[in-house]
Every structure is written in C-alpha cells, then in structure tokens.
Ligand binder design. Sequence first.
Ligand SMILES: Nc1ncnc2c1ncn2[C@@H]1O[C@H](COP(=O)(O)OP(=O)(O)OP(=O)(O)O)[C@@H](O)[C@H]1O
Ligand SMILES: [Mg+2]
Length: 297
Amino acid sequence: MADQAYGVSAEGAAPDVGVYHGTPALRLQGISKAFGTVQALQNVNFEVYSGEVVGLVGDNGAGKSTLIKIIAGAYVADRGEIFVEGQRVNISTPQDATRVGIETVYQDLALCDNLNVVANLFLGREERTTIIPYLVRPMNELKMESEAREVLRQLDVKIPSMRVPVSSLSGGQRQSIAVARTILHKAKIVLLDEPTAALGVAQTRQVLNLIRRLREQGLAVVVISHNLADVFEVVDRVIVMRLGQRVATFDVKTATSEQVVAAITGADLSFKELAAFDGAKEDAAKSSQGKTLASEA
Ligand SMILES: Nc1ncnc2c1ncn2[C@@H]1O[C@H](COP(=O)(O)OP(=O)(O)OP(=O)(O)O)[C@@H](O)[C@H]1O
Ligand SMILES: [Mg+2]
C-alpha cells in the first residue's frame, strides 16, 4: 500500500503537510523495466515536489540508475506513466526530458575537459548575436560570461576563473559546473546520480550546499547516493528501492539511518521493533508511525 501513512494515494494525490501540497513536479506511476530476464524495475511509483530533495537509495542493482535513466529519456519503460506538473508526458529521448524541464547530472559529468567554464555551461545552447539573420551569428561571449557568472554567484559556486579549461578544476568544482548547467537550462527537475561519490570532504560539502541552493530556488531534486550521511544531511525524504521495487519512504527529520539501512538490506527487523529499539522518547506505536512514512513492501 503505497505511502498510506504519508497520505499519498496510489494516484499521487498530495499529502497536506510541509512542502507536499499540490501536484508533484514529477510523478511516476507503475513503471516497469526488464533487461532480458532481469526485471530491473517492477511497478514503481515515485514522486518529487518542487522545493523538495528526495534521496533515492538502495543496494547495488536495486534499480536506482535505471529509474533515473527512464526519467531522463535514456531508457524507455516497458510499462507505466510519467507526469510532469500533473500533465502526462511522453519521454522517449533525452531531448524529450529536457523539453519538459528535466536535467540529469550523471556521475561521469559529461563536461568537455578542453573547454572553459563558460563554454561548458552553455554547451549546446550558445548565445548568439544576430548580425545578418540566419547567416552570421557569432556567440555572444560577453553575455554568456555574465550569465554564467550570475548563475555561479546565485549558487555560491567558487571558481578561480571563468576562462580556464575545466580540466584544471577540482572534482567538486567540476561537479558544481555540471549542476549549475542544469539551472542555465531552466530545469524544473534535477536528477543527480551519485554526485559526491568521487569527492573529498570539502568538495562534497560544496556539492551538498549546491543541492540546498537548488531546493531554495524551488527546483525538485532527486539525489542517488550510497552515502547515508550525505543523504541525511541534505534530503527531505528518502525513498528506498530493493530488487527493482520501492519498499519504503522516510522523512529524514524523524527517521534513523538504522531504519533506512534495514529497509535497504531487507533486514528482518520490522519498523515497529526498530522504533522501540531506538525508543524511549515517545510511545513505541506513535514513534514507529511517525518515523516510517510508509512501508511499501
Ligand atoms: N543496460 C542494461 N542491460 C542489462 N541489464 C541492466 C542494464 N542496466 C541495468 N541492468 C540491470 O538492472 C538492474 C538494476 O540496475 P541499476 O543500474 O538500475 O541498479 P542501481 O540501483 O543503480 O545499482 P548501483 O547502486 O550499483 O549503481 C541490475 O540487475 C542491472 O544488472
Ligand atoms: Mg546506479
């Protein structure tokens, strides 16, 4: 029973708490995907609201990247529907996803090492000044640089120079450029697959701050991470996948990492037992209800 405790119906009607009112920015309904005999996703529902960060967690092979790739138009689901701001959308290609305001930052970043910061930020959508319509349209370097500066300032991203090749930047700075690019692309929904996996402590901090800024700007953000400390620091809700299914949803304000780990591994601990185990704060029943938004398995 999906999200019953949380108040989200099977149709994804919004619960009336916190930021979760109105229509989700993105909602998936009944998504399934098989690769040959491997059922990577089975009847998955998913929702993220504007101004919310959702952590998508699960063990290796749980289906997280497959879900993100379906949203991003890299794979097409065998079954299921995708809604953006309540409208059913058809996402068959990455261009379809971009058109409806979805931007994805993959782990490999897809930055061009030999190009500078500004060029990377505007890759594929360079600003041009029309001198003779349709004939001569030089890129408007100054306009691009000032727009790039503005978006990096908004996001509080510190880069030594806008005109250095990105190959000379740190991992965290590069990741920040990739995320900043989603803003320049006017994204409403940003998907990040393991954004901090290869980063050091300070760089991770920079990227987590950046994710907070995206939320402040009202974007809907989905972050895949194996690092639960990062997840707990930056997300609002945690959605747990196991073996191709969504199995639990937690509110990070009340959940513990032990509960999330138990849901990830499928450990034989009921959430009620965990609540009592963590417990002594409130009565066990109330606590277990508050801590677990839903046990969907
Ligand atoms: N292109 C593909 N061809 C065949 N099988 C695939 C393909 N992509 C994913 N799979 C399979 O689908 C399942 C889910 O994989 P997926 O990459 O979505 O997992 P994940 O949750 O992202 O794992 P990880 O945490 O290791 O990144 C796995 O069993 C995987 O082997
Ligand atoms: Mg993955």
